[in-house]
Design a protein around this ligand. Structure first.
Ligand code: GLV
Length: 392
């Protein structure tokens, strides 16, 4: 038989990947141990060893989120899958959701909720501004939402959102509280149970330095009750929280089911990442370290004439720092100079901040003064180069 499409030539060249300093908004660098763990032999998705690793990870996530929720597991997919899983399970046709939009993650929540035919109300803020409990309360009075969405860390601006009191407001209105913790899990305090959060999800490729593609998520008993009382089926198979919970052994009296083929390699990476996180002192030590390193980093940049996008230090996310692009500088030139000459990743703005800021992530093993000083040096040099080019 003659093939219509010949063998592609590109595969004659060996796979080549260079080592970079992953100091953009994520993914961050892996520790060597995480790298090694991912070259362990592949296992089946229902092998006893795999199931034990899943149980270990579940315990690790309960610790990281500070929750006793039995319904705590991972979704196979990136951080976006966490958001989609939360919304898909909690929303039915026509349900009202109130979304706070302080950057791209509110925009993404808005788009996904619209796709689910929800009645979407959005509390828009200027990028970089926090939502106050007073503003939220006004919207609750008007809309009586069934679901409320807030991003704890807005990676598109570098802003950290206060989480206190929103949980009580949600209980008052019988509303479920979703929190995006993608860039904050491990670098800033999140107490899912104490803060009365009903669904929280995170990314693994940020502070945990683990591979992307496997997303921790937790559902409160209230959230589960709401899902159980749905009039319609959850519209997704892959993100169905009950089916996923059955696979991840979340129901005491229910045997595990085969739901999908989880990637055992990603499980190894995540388990090793959690083990390392604990060995390096766990939550309190990581919170303290990220805020100290980020604060030193901001001071260093400011002393070199740069401006931090988030004025108020208390509102700065301890994992992603945003820096205003100086006047008359092309951010793309800066970013590509840093990559080409130093293999250092600097992210540009995202969504509403495109062209306005640089974003630098100091996450997990990259949250050190040495990494911060190196990336600051590269950023300053790259801006100087871009300035020179613009004058020619
Ligand atoms: C992705 O999470 C980003 O903030 O760039």
């Amino acid at each position: 038989m003659v093939l219509d499409i010949p063998k592609p030539d590109v595969f004659n060249a060996p796979l080549k990947v260079v080592e970079k300093m992953m100091t953009g908004a994520g993914p961050s660098n892996y520790h060597d141990r995480i790298r090694k763990s991912m070259s362990l032999p592949v296992l089946g998705h229902l092998h006893t060893e795999t199931l034990k690793i899943m149980d270990d990870i579940k315990e690790g996530i309960q610790y990281l989120f500070q929750t006793e929720n039995p319904h705590t597991f991972c979704v196979s997919g990136p951080g976006h899958a966490g958001l989609e899983c939360a919304l898909t399970n909690l929303l039915e046709n026509g349900d009202t959701i109130l979304i706070t939009c302080c950057g791209i993650w509110g925009q993404r929540a808005e788009l996904m909720s619209k796709k689910l035919n929800a009645d979407v109300k959005v509390l828009y803020k200027h990028p970089g501004e926090q939502v106050s409990i007073k503003e939220a309360r006004n919207c609750f009075r008007m809309y009586h939402p069934k679901v409320f969405f807030l991003a704890h860390g807005e990676s598109s601006t570098g802003m950290l959102q206060n989480l206190l009191e929103f949980g009580d407001l949600c209980r008052e209105y019988d509303c479920l509280f979703i929190v995006d913790c993608v860039i904050t899990l491990g670098c800033a305090p999140i107490y899912v149970d104490k803060f009365k959060i009903d669904v929280a999800y995170s990314g693994t490729q940020k502070v945990l330095n683990a591979p992307p593609g496997i997303t921790p998520i937790t559902f409160s008993p209230r959230a589960l009750d709401r899902i159980a009382a749905r009039k319609t089926l959850v519209t997704s198979y892959n993100y169905d929280a009950i089916l996923l919970g059955e696979y991840w052994n979340c129901f005491a009296n229910h045997p595990r089911i085969y739901h999908h083929t989880v990637c055992s390699t990603l499980l190894y990476g995540l388990r090793e990442a959690i083990a390392l996180f604990l060995e390096r002192g766990g939550l309190e030590s990581s919170w303290e370290n990220h805020s100290r390193v980020t604060s030193n980093f901001c001071n260093l940049l400011v002393s070199n004439g740069l401006e931090i996008f988030i004025d108020d230090e208390m509102l700065r996310c301890p994992s992603v720092v945003s820096i205003k692009v100086p006047d008359n500088i092309d951010p793309h030139k800066v970013i590509s100079y840093a990559m080409k000459n130093h293999y250092v990743e600097i992210s540009g703005g995202l969504g509403p901040t495109v062209g306005k800021i640089f974003r630098i992530g100091l996450m997990g093993i990259n949250a050190t003064n040495e990494v911060a000083e190196k990336v600051a040096k590269v950023l300053i040099e790259s801006i100087k180069e871009a300035e020179l080019v613009s004058k020619i």
